[in-house]
Design a protein around this ligand. Sequence first.
Ligand SMILES: Cc1ncc(C[n+]2csc(CCOP(=O)(O)OP(=O)(O)O)c2C)c(N)n1
Ligand code: SF4
Length: 481
Amino acid sequence: MEQTKIVTKSKPTGFYENFDRKVGKDKKTTHYCPGCSHGIVQKLVAEAMVDLGIQDRTIFISPVGCSVFSYYYLDAGNIQAPHGRAPAVATGAARARPDSIVISYQGDGDLAAIGTSEILHAANRGENMTVIFVNNAIYGMTGGQMAPTTLVSQKTLTSPAGRLVENDGFPIRMAEIISSLGAPTYVERTACTDSKNIMRTRKAIRKGLQLQIDKKGFSFIEILSACPTNWKMTPKDSVQWIKENLEPYFKLGVLKDISDTREARSRSQPIFDPATVFGVLGLKKEEKQAVRTSKFAGERRLKIAGFGGQGALTAGALIAEAGMNEGLHTSWIPSYGPEMRGGTANCSVIISDKRVGTPIVTTSDVLIAMNGPSLDAFENDVVKNGLIIVNSSMISRKVARTDVRVVYVPLTEIASELGLKAMANSVAVGVFLQHEKILERKTVCDVLTTSLKKQSALELNFKAIDAGMTFKEGQKKGITQ
Ligand SMILES: Cc1ncc(C[n+]2csc(CCOP(=O)(O)OP(=O)(O)O)c2C)c(N)n1
Ligand code: SF4
């Protein structure tokens, strides 16, 4: 009888087992589209980190682009860089922690457009880092605009008739430019098409990382990658398109390799003593600490989410600052939901009587859901007995969970009746104050007094907070469970 050979492939341990930081219910798969090369490249990185034994000292610099959420997947250190600035951030990380392994991971919009200057100077200084340049010849995350690497005649959202040399110049060959500089140690261009090319990419990534381990400076690996979604092709056709169109222009191969003769160099000695720098700048190194007035003991992690303009981020900042003024430790990080598909504007807030370790909130004690998609996205991340404040003006469904406390409040209606619809967030803050009793109303109002840009709306905002604090079951359309 014919035997079927079963090949089991497991996820590299360089990835988290579950992608818990990912928004939504699916914690097993990445957000990348089918056929996208980011998934393949990141798998190669994850495997290499483990095989080279560097996972616990790897700092991955995530760019702005479709790979913005790399920290959902890679179980390594992560720093999120502003658009194009990954090599500058990587420089800081590599110099401050010379024994770390720093990966600057960038798309073509990030590296070859807004970040051209950062990459050139980091390469020219020969920083000890590995740059992985995912060149898919288009801006993926923002829906397919022309990139500096877009081919002549290639149609994109912003070149609907095809790239015109007269208008847009020629596609930039970054690997060639970088290899013309003196400092870089190793520059190679590979592709993510067939298994042979993927194996070459695997080897190149490992070589780049090994050079960094050996402190041999700057390596640059450009990977011709697919973006089937914005190319409007099937994943299979994308592979063919790379072979027939990208590869003839962006030639594959090693463009520079002086690794054999390059001396190892360590930048472990800080050039400046921080105290001297403070002195030169006339700054005093002192920590200003608010007097502790709060009796709160413990920690509360909040997720406040809505669509842009509902003030979810402002409500979070208000709560965090009030906590700080009461002498608590707080953190606030915004997220503007930059995924290709879907997403909400939300922020994570932590209020604690101890120092906050990480500002990332994966499971929350309190969720304020200002609109339906926010409830859908974060309901399941609330801890047992946690609190969900639902804006019942915008969310018609009920919370499915039965193990949490839920307050339905028509935040938008209450704010509109007070005369300013935009104050739904202040009503939500009031509901939070009333139900969690961590912060004082006065501290919150004091923060508003000093921070509210539209001072004429100050009194109205106080009223909105009070309306939230005094909202009772059965009042208007809200129901308290
Ligand atoms: C300062 C700034 N300018 C513009 C943007 C909008 N933006 C987000 S991603 C992106 C381009 C991403 O393309 P690429 O770097 O090629 O990465 P990909 O999504 O294809 O992986 C742009 C222009 C931004 N987020 N920040
Ligand atoms: S839009 Fe393109 S680059 Fe972004 S995840 Fe989808 S296929 Fe990948």
